[in-house]
Design a protein around this ligand. Structure first.
Ligand code: NAP
Length: 262
């Protein structure tokens, strides 16, 4: 299926690794022009830029300020003449294993900022450039509707992101701008395995074996495995394409059947 993304201009946040990198790569493979933002320009992202012949540009930005979001979107406008697709992919989770009373305002603020306000800022920067036929895809999580006391600030931030996404779709839909959300279940990325990631944090707190923990987590999926970042990217690209021209204000789960309700 031709997604008609060739020549379209996309801005992807959190593009240095994991899902954001997979989305950036998939967009480039479809012939889109991409401005990719993250704090770190990883070797993988640099390699993608180098191989793209100018179609992918990467910017080192900490999207915890409006100025950085404006700069990221501004790069797309000045280099490629506008923005057709915004993929709000930045997010972060730090398991808080000490219970609700152990969580400080600072920790709440971090979780709400990275999971909600980063997307709000990028949307604020991009919206004036989004013409009829353009769209926004927000990367949320199934945890936005599966509340979990080990990740209070993550689930609250993502629930707010999904709610924001729906509300925005009502405002901008009549102007021809679509807004949708992708909600993955566990995805095979470093978010799970790096030193301050989910698995090592839980392993340290409850003293289980990391391999056993990840195996148990995989068994929660009906398919018996984590989703791959590339599989999430495929859903994001479909929503970003005009093949999904009347898909609007929707939330698509990709979770290997982890959610057992209809
Ligand atoms: P990841 O590997 O931790 O990647 C997160 C990305 O966000 C990185 O590129 C990171 O780059 C960037 N980032 C974080 N803070 C930033 C900031 N202040 N400014 C700019 N960039 C920032 O995570 P992932 O697993 O790919 O997850 C991507 C999205 O999917 C997140 O929203 C996550 O919540 C969601 N999700 C993931 C899973 C999963 O199981 N992996 C499941 C459901 C939903 P730098 O650190 O270089 O800035």
């Amino acid at each position: 299926m031709d997604l008609h993304l060739s020549g379209r201009v996309a801005v992807v946040t959190g593009a240095s690794r994991g899902i954001g990198l997979a989305v950036t790569r998939a967009l480039a493979e479809e012939g889109a022009r991409v401005v990719a933002g993250a704090r770190t320009l990883t070797p993988d992202l640099r390699a993608l830029v180098a191989a793209s012949g100018g179609a992918v540009r990467a910017l080192s930005v900490d999207l915890s300020t409006q100025e950085a979001a404006d700069r990221l979107v501004g790069e797309a406008v000045s280099a490629f003449g506008g923005v057709d697709v915004l993929v709000n992919n930045v997010g972060g989770v730090r398991p808080r294993m000490g219970g609700f009373l152990s969580i400080t305002d600072e920790q709440w603020t971090w979780g709400l900022d990275v999971n909600l306000l980063v997307a709000v800022r990028a949307t604020r920067a991009a919206l004036p450039h989004l013409k009829a036929g353009s769209n926004i895809v927000n990367v949320s999580t199934v945890m936005s509707f599966l509340a979990d006391p080990d990740v209070y600030d993550y689930t609250a931030g993502k629930a707010a992101l999904s709610n924001f996404s729906k509300a925005l779709s009502k405002e901008v839909g009549p102007k021809g701008v679509r807004v949708n959300t992708v909600s993955p279940g566990p995805v095979e990325t470093e978010l799970w395995t790096r030193e301050d990631g989910i698995a090592p944090t839980v392993v340290r707190a409850v003293g289980v074996d990391q391999e056993a923990f990840l195996k148990e987590m995989a068994s929660r999926m009906v398919t018996g495995r984590f989703t791959k970042a590339e599989e999430v990217a495929d859903v994001v690209l479909f929503l970003a394409s005009d093949r999904a021209a009347n898909v609007h204000g929707s939330d698509f789960s990709i979770d290997g059947g982890m959610i057992t309700t209809m």
